[in-house]
Ligand binder design. Sequence first.
Ligand SMILES: Cc1cc2nc3c(=O)[nH]c(=O)nc-3n(C[C@H](O)[C@H](O)[C@H](O)COP(=O)(O)O)c2cc1C
Length: 154
Amino acid sequence: MTDQIKILVSTMTGTAELVAEEIAETLNSKGMGAEILLTDNIDAAVLQKGATYIICTSTYGQGDVPDNGQAFLDHLDSLGPDLAGLHYGIFALGDISYHQTFCNAGNLFDAALRKFGATRIGEIKRHDASTGELPEDMAGEWAEAWLEELKELQ
Ligand SMILES: Cc1cc2nc3c(=O)[nH]c(=O)nc-3n(C[C@H](O)[C@H](O)[C@H](O)COP(=O)(O)O)c2cc1C
């Protein structure tokens, strides 16, 4: 089983990073290492077969990934790596008032990783900002359940 999970963060105003910090804390409390990386500081070549990732992303524009995630996704597409054996989860932040594009950046990351053979663990988590519930308040519970699903695979 993987001993460290990399949490990749695409964010415009920082909320997804708060979510990532909460997820990292929960994983650490369960004995799992976690490293947070902003997608503007890395390129898609960091993705490794056999490794495990969590994507935390908000959605902007017309259902787009935040600016700091677009170059990462473009690079992934041009690299076209073989990601068979890579596992990932997705925590998507959005707002249902953008009903046609609700949490769409989560779908975009999902499609990009699946296209190259990676396997998602669990459903995409979709946080709706219009509920008033803070996403970082539900991130720990989500991470705990997600980690259980990961362990069932091993
Ligand atoms: C200008 C703007 C556009 C947005 N567009 C969408 C959208 O298309 N779909 C969606 O689900 N949420 C959309 N949102 C909501 C954000 O994704 C949501 O508030 C999120 O929690 C912000 O997280 P961040 O601070 O990590 O960027 C938009 C918000 C703003 C301010």
